[in-house]
Design a protein around this ligand. Structure first.
Ligand code: ADP
Ligand code: MG
Length: 877
């Protein structure tokens, strides 16, 4: 079947932009075809139609009007798509045959400059990853704020650290070479899919070092501390080159490269980041319910973005932490200064992104006014803080100059548009004022004409009006038509009136229209002149933005500390963590401070491993997360929820906390669990904080206890890290007797008349029994299930005693032995549990029950399990 020339042209162009959605200009519309049409109609809620219905091959089609395309493009890009804009590049009237079309720009998630379509509280990062000589170079740019950071990590087999960085940075677009993309395909595909991000395949830049030194106008990369770091330089060059290519017609905001040494920050891998809900809650994936939610009292989006970076990157250097603490303390101690500042900070706009707009030339009058107000508030803030070093190296005269310039020139009520006038204030430019005068006198003259004509004709209700089609005209109602003189020229007839012009009217109309056009041109020119002057002060303004963001975070820390009754932790160089009356910052907010039971934590060189027992729902997980969160908060410079805290620096936060997700995704819980534990064990150092929550529950009780024991022993003997291990296997409490540095704690509960009361306080010593079944009762399960569970538990306990007599579980320290033990166990005669010694079905059922971890079953699982048993018994009959 022959293709139409248009379709041929489309396909030719599309073949060069396979990974983008092609917006194909057809008259007043951008059309999308085939796959693009299907995707776009789904994402944008457009109607999907089709072209060439009559032919055998339908062409799916969707379109958006040209004039409202921007919002559609922004929406697609925010979902991780790239959009290629294909325009008609010749006048359709002049075209012979089909109009020429070309892609004129590509809008990608990492290079979008349409700031208003972005989330103000998050950075919009374009990130490039380049592996060279066993090092992974990472570079990320937020072109809307000008931030450009690079870092370097070691290449490891699993790329754990790389993905930890990816999850921390959350780039919207990732640049990779095709070979490296193949290497990490599965994982990175998963990442971009979950994050609405995109991947772009790129090539290495020819001379990376030259590209960077040329762009920044420097002689050596020494000044950025990255000289000789090949992977970093290559990654940086790729990112910058890509950003420049995508923004051909615009300047970039980037002014410098910041090298982040990963070893300056505590390591929090992505699993831990999720478990601890640092910036997002696990369930809802929203800020609500996260640590960020509690800590963020920032007044500006810049502050929030910086705070997020702080939370993701706890410091390791005591001096740096102390500096932040001192700054926070300053605002805690100086109430008046703090309250004053909070008020002033309200007037601070997103200076970083305002500067981005000015650099890209996409600013309007309102943006300059926002910039002016920000500068004004900054000057006031600097005055308030003149006795401190916060704004030491900011040149206040530059700020005053910018304020005056914008204040004199830009009208506070300027519209969003920049080419329609009403931007420039009167009195700023004499020539402009003159044209305004001419135009206004023209307007006055119209009134005069009206008056004169009324008198001359005697038509009392005649009016001079204006519309876009006819310009100025005189309107006379039908009843007065006989009084209209011959000199009037008829323009239009309405039902009740007629419209006329006169030569005189026409002349003044021309004056007005001409002046209007002149004013619009001149205002645009003057506006751009002001912008350019502002742009020349960019370096100062960028520095100001950084300082303001920092101040915002520090003031937020102090506000939060006061509101939530936090204290300044003492950061020490030794080994221990000593917290008195610690609270979980998020849970206490959610359930209310008075309902939250505070608890102490003591981990020292001598007592560095806590085995924490307590029934389900008693508060084990909450307690352990609380310890990690308090430590992380302290290392970001924040105060912490406790009555006192002495904290040594933690280098890595490593957690294994069973997520309910594991079960839902159907992945083998046990496999996930063990690979996470092995990652912890391979990475932890003496200075790390390890949190293990119910490790071993992914398998049968018996295996679980053995594995948990073996892991504990290994950590205690080999790693020596501070560890809290929560478990409801009270078998683990026996470790205390055999290992010097293991200590038992338990969460107290009270049992009255078969009911469990949660006291939530932690005391030394181990629990002597599990309470899982009582919790089932609390959860409102039917009595039958409860009854049945108790019977099963009883039988299991009998059985376990017998096994323990046969093999000494506690001797198992290596996995190999665990397996041996399991084998001997499987060979054990199950007849013991059943009255009908020959009954195969009963044997099976007993075996099933044995392999279940009753304490950790959800009510639904328990119910399902019970009905399976029933079904088996039914079969037997
Ligand atoms: P576990 O891990 O022992 O099953 P969780 O830590 O999940 O228990 O806690 C269960 C619930 O108990 C939490 O959702 C929380 O609302 C409440 N809780 C936990 N710790 C405390 C506490 N210290 N004070 C008050 N309520 C708490
Ligand atoms: Mg728990």
């Amino acid at each position: 079947m022959a293709e139409t020339p248009l379709m041929k042209q489309y396909k030719d162009i599309k073949s060069d932009y396979k990974d983008s959605i092609l917006f194909f200009r057809l008259g007043d519309f951008y059309e999308m075809f085939f796959e693009d049409a299907i995707k776009a109609s789904k994402e944008l809620g457009l109607t999907l139609t089709s072209r060439n219905k009559e032919r055998e091959q339908d062409v799916p089609l969707a379109g958006v009007p040209y004039h409202s395309a921007n919002s559609y493009i922004a929406k697609l890009v925010s979902k991780g798509y790239k959009v290629a804009i294909c325009e008609q590049t010749e006048d359709p009237k002049a075209a012979k045959g089909i109009v020429k079309r070309e892609v004129v720009k590509i809008i990608t998630p990492g290079t979008i400059i349409d700031v208003d379509s972005l989330d103000s509280k998050s950075n919009n990062y374009l990130m490039s990853i380049k592996v060279t000589e066993n090092k992974i170079g990472i570079a990320y740019i937020d072109i809307t704020t000008g931030e450009f950071k690079v870092t370097e990590i070691d290449e490891d087999t699993e790329y754990m650290q790389l993905f930890s960085e990816l999850n921390k940075i959350e780039p919207k677009e990732v640049l990779l070479t095709s070979s490296f993309y193949e290497t990490i395909k599965d994982k990175i595909d998963d990442f971009v899919q979950k994050n609405d991000a995109t991947i772009s395949i790129v090539n290495k830049v020819r001379d990376s070092e030259k590209l960077l030194t040329d762009y920044f106008g420097i002689v050596s990369l020494e000044s950025y501390g990255i000289k000789g770091k090949k992977s970093v330089i290559e990654a940086a060059a790729i990112a910058l080159d890509y950003a420049m290519t995508m923004q051909l017609e615009n300047d970039l905001t980037v002014e410098k490269i910041e090298f982040l040494n990963v070893s300056n920050y505590a390591d929090i891998n992505s699993i831990t980041r999720k478990n601890l809900e640092l910036t997002k809650s696990q369930r809802e994936k929203t800020v609500y319910g996260s640590l960020l939610w509690v800590l963020d009292k920032c007044k500006s989006s810049m502050g929030t973005r910086l705070l997020k970076r702080y939370i993701n990157n706890p410091l390791l250097d005591i001096e740096e932490i102390t500096k932040r603490q001192n700054d926070v303390q300053y605002f805690i101690d100086n109430i008046l200064v703090r309250e004053d500042l909070k008020e002033k900070l309200e007037n601070i706009y997103d200076l970083e992104r305002l500067l981005g707009k000015v650099t890209f030339g996409s600013e309007n009058g309102k943006d300059l006014t926002a910039l002016k107000n920000t500068v004004k508030a900054s000057i006031e803030i600097i005055q308030i803080l003149k006795d401190t070093s916060f704004f030491n190296d900011i040149n206040i005269n530059v700020l005053i100059g910018i304020y005056r310039l914008i204040d004199e020139s830009i009208d506070e009520n300027a519209p969003f548009t920049v080419r329609e006038g009403n931007i420039i204030k009167r009195g700023y430019n004499a020539e402009l004022d003159e044209i305004h005068k001419i135009m206004n006198s023209g307007k006055d003259f119209l009134l005069e004409i009206e008056k004169k004509e009324k008198e001359a004709t005697g038509i009392k209700n005649m009016k001079i009006k204006y519309n876009k089609v006819f310009g100025y005209f005189i309107e006379v109602t039908k009843s007065n038509l006989d009084m209209v003189p011959d000199t009037y020229i008829r323009k239009q007839t309405l039902t009740n009136a007629e419209r006329f012009v006169t030569p005189e009217l026409k002349k003044y109309e021309d004056t007005i229209i001409n002046s209007k056009a002149k004013i619009e041109d001149m205002e645009y020119y003057l506006f751009k002149e002001v912008s350019t002057k502002v742009k020349e002060c960019k370096t100062d303004l960028v520095k100001l933005a950084e300082k303001l963001a920092y101040l915002d975070v520090i003031v937020s820390f102090s506000t939060v500390a006061i509101e939530n009754d936090y204290i300044r932790p003492e950061i020490t160089n030794d080994f221990s963590i000593d917290i008195k009356d610690g609270r979980h910052p998020v849970v206490e907010k959610l359930i209310g401070r008075s309902d939250f039971v505070s608890n102490d934590t003591l981990l020292t060189e001598k007592e560095r491993f806590t085995v924490l027992t307590g029934p389900n729902m008693s508060g084990k997980s909450t307690y352990m997360k609380q310890v990690a969160l308090i430590s992380i908060m302290a290392q970001t410079g924040s105060y912490v929820p406790a009555s006192s805290a002495k904290l040594s620096i933690v280098d890595k936060y490593l957690t294994r906390i069973g997520a309910s997700d594991d079960i839902l995704t159907g992945q083998s819980t046990f496999m996930v669990e063990m690979s996470e534990v092995s990652n912890i064990i391979n990475n932890a150092t003496e200075r790390s904080l390890i949190i293990l929550d119910e490790v071993g529950r992914g398998t049968s009780t018996f295996d679980g206890v053995s594995i948990a024991t073996a892991i504990s022993e290994y950590i205690h003997e080999k790693i020596k890290a501070k560890t809290i291990f929560a478990t409801h296997y009270h078998e683990l409490t026996e470790l205390e007797n055999r290992y010097e540095n293991i200590v038992n704690y338990r969460i107290e509960v009270e049992e009255k008349a078969g009911k469990v009361m949660f006291l939530r306080n932690i005391v030394k010593g181990g629990a002597d029994k599990s309470y899982g079944i009582e919790v089932v009762k609390l959860a409102g399960l039917p009595k039958e299930i409860l009854h049945e569970s108790k019977k099963i538990l009883h039988r299991l306990e009998q059985k376990k005693e017998l096994i323990e007599k046969t093999i000494d579980v506690h001797q198992l320290s290596l996995f190999g032995q665990v397996i041996e033990a399991q084998e001997s166990y499987q060979g054990y005669n199950p007849d013991f549990y059943t009255e009908d010694k020959t009954d195969k079905v009963a044997e099976e059922i007993i075996y099933d029950i044995e392999s279940k971890d009753v304490n950790n079953m959800t009510p639904m699982e328990a119910l399902k399990f019970l009905s399976e048993i029933k079904a088996k018994l039914e079969e037997k009959k």
